[in-house]
Write a protein that binds this ligand. Sequence first.
Ligand code: SAH
Ligand code: SF4
Ligand code: F3S
Length: 444
Amino acid sequence: MNYHIITFGCQMNVADSEWIARSLQDMGGRETSVPEAEVILVNTCSVREKPEHKLRTALGRIARETEGRKDVLVAVTGCVAQQLGENIFSCSPQVRLVAGTDTVASIPANIAWLRANPDRHLCTTGFEKDMTERPTPLTGHTGPTALVNIMQGCDNFCTYCIVPFTRGRQKSRAARAILAECQALIDQGVKDITLLGQNVNAYGKDKTGDGTSFAELLRLVAGLDPSLRLRYVTPHPKDMTPEDVAAFAEIPNLCPRLHLPMQAGADRVLKRMNRRYDSATYLALVEDLRRARPDIALSTDILVGFPGETEEEFLETMDMVRRCNFMSSFSFCYSDRPGTRASTFLDKIPQNVQLDRLQRLQALQEDLSMAWLNARTGCETTVLVEEPSPRQDENSDMVSWQGRDPYGALVHVALKDPNPAGKYVRVRISHAFRHSLQGTVLAE
Ligand code: SAH
Ligand code: SF4
Ligand code: F3S
């Protein structure tokens, strides 16, 4: 069976798509381009603007590229599938499976059943009480980095956000299942694991927790292999415990990098967003983190133009971004999501004002990012080599590779080793590009 997966959205979706791909491979599947595929999955995201439009565009493209073929089965999965359910069948006659976010584990079997029953359709959008344990594929992982899901859902109900509706209530995965998956990945050569969840540091604080705290989980995973690099995403500032902060000082292979969504700098806006921290608490947390790990690199998410945000309040966000000195940030214009509290707020900000704020924020971030990258030149660091770099030097007989340093920055480096993927190399940073670094190898 030839398959193709189109993935939108966050790392949760990337991880789900990877699991589906490996399960389909276990059933004899082979990844191909759309025109050759018999099974095509569209894994959707609804967090920002026009998700339904993106789905329709993807379905239109699939219909064109598979025209005249009757054997094609299209499955729509992820957050738009959860939201729209059976309505999606009317978008395209090719769609025969709509699978919500909590039914990923049943997708491979349901695809097999639908292929044996060509007149049938299936829509699975229920939520389970416990976290469904998916069988861990023991082989087939490629590359030195991996994502490992530790929880599902989110209970925070930030007023702008659709995730609690599309992913359901928070459910933590048993620590032993997480450890078994990490060990299986390490056995396959993985050197860099990112623990995943919409609110990772609330891990264990729900009915399905097994008593293991997030800080304990970090210690357990880090302890599996001292040469492993451990990261996690996404934590919520209000749930960062002193133990989580101390972990940066105490666990040597926990990477000195943290993505800590701030969303806004003004306290009134944070309150209306239901973020449950204020700017002073956020700043104090940043200081604590820097005390625990002076070189920690921080990145963030910012939402501009939240309903009612004034120019002064936006300037407070700019000020916080400067004071926190983020190495990078993702920033977005606010967009109404159906069913959220903020979508009922009346004081919406015009699109042109939102865009103007976004541009000013992004210009500031470009400067901060560039300064952070420039400050790295001359430093020695260790790069985990991932793949050949798109930046090749035609005058050199060495191949240029790319990988990440402990801060998660992309580093290009020319190497003699014909097969360096998955290995650590010591490099000295020689040059900063706009979004990445150039290094020269110190020892191979
Ligand atoms: N759980 C994470 C990520 C949530 S979604 C967190 O708490 O940060 C990723 C980002 O999308 C958010 O951090 C937010 O900045 C942005 N986002 C979420 N809803 C949005 C909306 N309605 N409009 C614009 N951006 C939004
Ligand atoms: Fe959305 Fe807030 Fe949950 Fe993040 S913490 S997923 S922004 S509700
Ligand atoms: Fe998008 Fe769903 Fe992730 S809405 S950001 S794919 S949780």
